[in-house]
Design a protein around this ligand. Structure first.
Ligand SMILES: [Fe+2]
Length: 328
């Protein structure tokens, strides 16, 4: 009897294994639910979404080695995507339609992942106190005319690491360090824990201008249509504004790569793109789509042409700059 139960369990798990796809994500699992239902309806495949922080995903996948229990990784940031590549957690995407679907700068140059949604990390300011007509770039914030007028969030997390890495790609390490040294010398007050608190400081007059992810501003404006902070998309006459965002790839030793890429293809359909990007007030990463939330009112803008994987390669340089400048 015991043998029979074991045999039954083995066969049930084999069947379940054949008909399921498991995705690890650091974004809220509930947002994938409509896609999970659609995939089940169209392919008869169950998709299990497991929510966990990137560090825990990495620990799990490294420990599981050649027998992973997950097939896809969907994570929030180019710095984390770069970490996953360096840990060799992906297998290359082979589905041509998946690769063709996403904006050129937002897919790994070795096909490890493609972006799903993105934000700009750009200047935010109070229009009643700042004349932005002569502000064109991040480096303009290093000008002494902004002394005592700038707010910033900490260097913790990954957002300013990615921004500085993008500056390194475009300007070189020495110039990027000089630019950030200038910006830090113009701070009005200590750095804030996050972009939201930083923007509240602008709104309440503690400072006039800062740098934030567009979705935080979108969320603030959604909560209060009279929120006085506006976005300014910089580098529009040069390299384009810095972007960062979510990406998805297939787990290195997944045996279900083709099926996993069909789920990615579903994530990149128009309706899924609009759903997933709007849930976080981001922009869809698929070519030719525009956001369908209030952030669309800010208009279109030129995005930095530097590929996110090239930016990711400069993360160590960015971390060096942050340390050398003692940017907390
Ligand atoms: Fe965030």
């Amino acid at each position: 009897m015991k043998k029979l139960v074991v045999a039954l369990l083995v066969s049930v798990s084999a069947v379940a294994n054949a008909e399921t796809l498991t995705i690890l994500t650091d974004r809220p699992a509930v947002r994938l639910q409509p896609l999970v239902e659609q995939f089940k309806k169209e392919k008869g495949v169950d998709v299990i979404v497991v929510e966990k922080a990137y560090a825990d995903m990495e620990t799990q996948l490294v420990a599981e080695g050649t027998a992973p229990t997950a097939d896809l990784i969907y994570i929030k940031d180019l710095v984390l995507l770069d970490k996953a590549v360096k840990k060799d957690l992906f297998q290359p995407l082979t589905n041509a339609s998946v690769k063709a679907r996403v904006l050129p700068a937002m897919k790994d140059h070795n096909d490890n992942w493609v972006a799903v949604s993105y934000r700009a990390r750009t200047l935010v300011y109070d229009a009643s106190r700042v004349d932005v007509s002569d502000i064109k770039s991040y480096e303009d914030l290093a000008d002494s005319k902004f002394a005592g007028r700038i707010c910033l969030r900490t260097s913790g997390g990954t957002y300013n690491v990615a921004l500085i890495a993008n500056l390194v790609v475009n300007k070189g390490e020495t110039a990027a360090k000089d630019i950030f040294a200038g910006i830090l010398s113009n701070l009005a007050t200590d750095v804030f824990k996050n972009d939201t608190l930083m923007m509240q400081a602008i709104a309440t007059g503690v400072c006039d201008i800062g740098i934030a992810n567009t979705y935080y501003l979108g969320q603030a404006v959604a909560a209060n249509p009279n929120f006085p902070v506006k976005p300014l998309f910089v580098n529009q006459d040069s390299t384009g504004v810095h972007t960062n965002g979510t990406g998805v790839g297939v787990v290195k030793h997944s045996q279900k790569a083709a099926l996993a890429q069909e789920f990615i293809a579903l994530m990149l359909t128009d309706s899924a793109q609009l759903h997933l990007s709007s849930q976080h007030m981001e922009y869809p990463a698929a070519v030719g789509l525009t956001a369908n939330t209030l952030i669309a009112n800010w208009g279109t803008f030129k995005v930095d042409a530097a590929n996110w994987s090239i930016v990711g390669e400069q993360v160590p340089a960015a971390e060096r700059i942050i340390k050398e400048l003692d940017y907390k």
